[in-house]
Design a binder for this molecule. Sequence first.
Ligand SMILES: NC(=O)c1ccc[n+]([C@@H]2O[C@H](COP(=O)([O-])OP(=O)(O)OC[C@H]3O[C@@H](n4cnc5c(N)ncnc54)[C@H](O)[C@@H]3O)[C@@H](O)[C@H]2O)c1
Length: 327
Amino acid sequence: MFQNLQNKTVLVTGGAGFIGSNLCEILLDNNIKTVCLDNFSTGKRKNIEPFLSNPDFKLIEGDIRNLADCKTACNNVDYILHEAALGSVPRSINDPITTNDVNVSGFLNMLVAAKDAKVKRFVYAASSSTYGDHEALPKVEDVIGKPLSPYAITKYVNELYGDIFQKSYGLDTIGLRYFNVFGKRQDPDGAYAAVIPLFVKQFINKESPIINGDGSYSRDFTYIDNVVQMNILALTTTNQEALNTVYNVAYGDRTTLLQLATILKNNLSEFDASIQDIDIKHRDNRVGDIPHSLASIEKAKKLLNYNPKFDINNGIKEAVKWYWKNL
Ligand SMILES: NC(=O)c1ccc[n+]([C@@H]2O[C@H](COP(=O)([O-])OP(=O)(O)OC[C@H]3O[C@@H](n4cnc5c(N)ncnc54)[C@H](O)[C@@H]3O)[C@@H](O)[C@H]2O)c1
């Protein structure tokens, strides 16, 4: 998979974040020159600390809202994995202006910098939130509903810009609609923490996790290694038909919040048996949350040979092992 990247340079924006740092790691493990652009707004220095001594790694501390920073980062770069954004539906509801500045204006800056630098391919983090109020399952790339949050709007606008930059300037783009990604280095702290790291930390601290709603809402939880695989496939594919489109990135199965809590409990109680006795609490559903999410991954399988290796159980096992050691 990495042959096409030999002697090439890949820019990972948001490389100090959860997904970005995992992408930097796999690139460096395969001796690919890697540039990370990050402003550390939600990313962590400790996520990239092990890379700093690697001569193939370069950190540029900068902000995608600043075109000059984007241009500096794109200098002599062959490929881009664009992960930098402000995630979280509730954050976007609390502060839609900052979410839009980063996720839309920042995205546009990156596209302009990429085209000016004649970058070969721009692969970017899109989102399953783009399916919005469309209820049919599984979600198929061609059929979307109306966005349910400012965050979802920004991610949909990214797709529209990705398409237009191919048509207007010939920049090849691929959008990856991630479905609830989880795994090592995902931040368990802060008001906008994702459910898996949050619940893991609460169980480890012997606190009751709180499920929004009755726990019947379901998600296609996707382990980070599947997401990494998809990014590398998107970056390296030689199939011209596979370019300039968007893909679901998921496992293709769904798990309810109650099932998730049980899986986490079972895995964590192997480290501390008393975790089995912790109660789960409930509160009202959150504004902007969709009830169910499940991806069709047929398009990625067909055009990119995507073959996700980790289901929820294997993925949670790995994630929990990491959190137990690192929290
Ligand atoms: N984690 C998920 O389940 C999920 C699902 C769908 C989409 N996504 C998308 O995947 C991408 C990565 O998400 P993540 O979960 O790793 O989040 P994260 O918050 O861990 O990583 C985002 C990174 O971007 C950086 N960043 C934010 N604003 C920036 C700016 N203005 N300039 C430069 N850097 C900036 C942050 O410091 C951070 O390192 C995002 O685009 C997110 O919207 C994630």
